[in-house]
Design a protein around this ligand. Structure first.
Ligand code: SF4
Length: 484
């Protein structure tokens, strides 16, 4: 794989997307399309496992984009059958830039037949589970935390695969949205807090599971509902759907950052359009942090809906002051050092005639290390802007995520070591303001803001309040925020 583009290094990276289909001819073709729609959730690699009554299980795992691999007729012909699951990944656990053996779905052969699993999230007690499993004889094939689930299933004494999976997942802590399959069943499970998303859809006689509703849209499937926190659904080829809640109930802690950045703006979360939520974040941001200016611009594309909301609320015109080169992704031919040093300019360009002489408000979704914000500010000033004011559509990211998102170590997060004023000084901007946690909660539909006694979402990367203790990380020396 080409090295990550410098622009990508300054964003939190979601992790994985999962997709599954049962009851449709050549299900793998639908899975490939679904994974293509979920590509924003992981660009490093993708894989599909399928089952055909005569040809058994087959799989293909590849590095790179779905469109570059799973569009080839020669490959798709090797993936027949009415049942298939798939996975796109950006590695969160396991080695970075990893081997093909780390690419999911993972497959295990059990006495009652084979099973494959695709996992989105991160297991926070994976190190201790792995150690225990290896001591008891398990032979791991990959460095991925998700493989623990297969080995735990192998050790279970239950007589069918869904029950073995329940057994295995009861031992697992952290965040998981899992799509799995047996020879005849498609299975979807969410962890008891429901940290990562998973939705259920229907297409003709077939059933579909997807990380996001945009994966249903691309194949024309109807969105039925979200899989609930702690729910397991088992769907058979003839269309039977069984739902159960095998885990001890926990308060719901859906990742609030899905609303801000990870999910696609055309997806629906909690019955609400992600685009509309982001626009509302911009409205709240403008109410909380007004500033006199001439133009509101987005840092594209993720800042755009919030910038539109900001402009609407403030009455300051919105303009496309920064243009993104859509074709400048990770597929760029291995760049030379000289080209890499051009950094953000490879991906973003300033619309000079619009910017010149103006007091500009730049709306971005988040500030992680701050390296990109600084470069963008320089580009805007070079283009002749009179002032640059940053408005950020999330609270300061001061804590790492351990639930399936790639975050730099805490000391690399700008907000972990600096106050808002210090960050503004560091970035050398005329002003820098973030939406408050309460403002973000209002924007996602919690009219009363954040319930500090039991927050309605996971917001640990902003608040430092982790809904699941990150056991492995604490073992490695991570210190949680002291109780107030
Ligand atoms: S820590 Fe942040 S990114 Fe991670 S699950 Fe919680 S809200 Fe989402």
């Amino acid at each position: 794989m080409p090295p990550a583009h410098p622009f990508d290094d300054d964003k939190l990276k979601e992790e994985c997307g999962v997709f599954g289909v049962v009851g449709l001819k050549d299900a793998a073709n639908f899975v490939a399309l679904g994974l293509h729609a979920l590509q924003h959730r992981g660009q490093e690699a993708g894989g599909i496992v399928c089952h055909h009554p005569e040809h058994g299980f087959n799989n293909a795992r590849r590095f790179g984009y779905v469109r570059d691999n799973f569009t080839k007729e020669s490959l798709m012909k090797t993936l027949p059958g009415p049942l298939a699951i798939g996975h796109v990944r950006y590695s969160t656990a396991g080695s970075k830039g990893a081997a093909i053996r780390d690419v999911q779905p993972f497959f295990g052969e059990f006495s009652m037949g084979g099973a494959a699993i695709a996992h989105n999230g991160n297991i926070t007690n994976a190190d201790s589970l792995r150690k225990e499993l290896i001591e008891r004889g398990s032979i791991f094939q990959s460095s991925s935390d998700s493989e623990c689930i297969i080995h735990l299933m192998a050790r279970s004494l239950q007589r069918n695969i869904p029950e073995r999976m329940e057994d295995a997942l009861r031992r697992v802590e952290g965040a998981f949205s899992v799509v799995a399959m047996t020879r005849t069943k498609l299975i979807g499970v969410r962890d008891p807090h429901g940290v990562r998303p998973l939705v259920l859809g229907k297409l003709g006689e077939g059933w579909v599971l997807s990380s996001e509703t945009c994966g249903l849209d691309i194949i024309g499937a109807e969105y039925l509902r979200e899989i609930k926190p702690g729910e397991m659904v088992v769907i058979t080829e003839d269309g039977g759907v069984e739902s159960s809640f095998p885990f001890r109930p926990q308060p719901s802690k859906f990742c609030i950052f899905e609303h801000v950045y990870f999910s696609r703006p055309d997806s629906i979360i909690g019955g609400q359009s992600v685009y509309e939520t982001r626009r509302q974040i911009g409205v709240e941001l403008a109410r909380e942090n007004p500033v006199e200016a001439d133009l509101v611009c987005a840092v594209p594309d993720s800042g755009t809906p919030a910038a539109i909301g900001f402009a609407h609320e403030s009455g300051i015109p919105f303009g496309m002051g920064i243009i993104r080169n859509q074709y400048m992704g990770r597929t760029f031919i291995e760049p030379t050092e000289q080209i890499r040093n051009m950094g953000v300019r490879l991906k973003l360009n300033v619309n000079r005639s619009l910017i010149r002489g103006k007091r500009v408000i730049l709306v971005d979704d988040s500030v992680v290390r701050g390296t990109t914000s600084r470069k963008i500010k320089e580009m805007i000033l070079d283009a002749g802007a009179a002032e640059v004011h940053f408005r950020i559509a999330s609270p300061p990211t001061a804590w790492p995520c351990f639930y399936g998102v790639d975050t730099p170590q805490r000391d690399k997060l700008l907000a972990a070591t600096m106050t808002e004023d210090e960050m503004a000084e560091h970035l050398a901007v005329d002003s820098l303001k973030f939406i408050s946690l309460d403002g973000l909660y209002r924007a996602v539909g919690e009219a009363q803001g954040r319930d500090s006694s039991c927050p309605q979402y996971c917001d640990a990367c902003f608040s430092g309040e982790y809904p699941v203790v990150p056991a492995d990380m604490m073992e490695k020396g991570f210190e949680m925020k002291a109780a107030e």
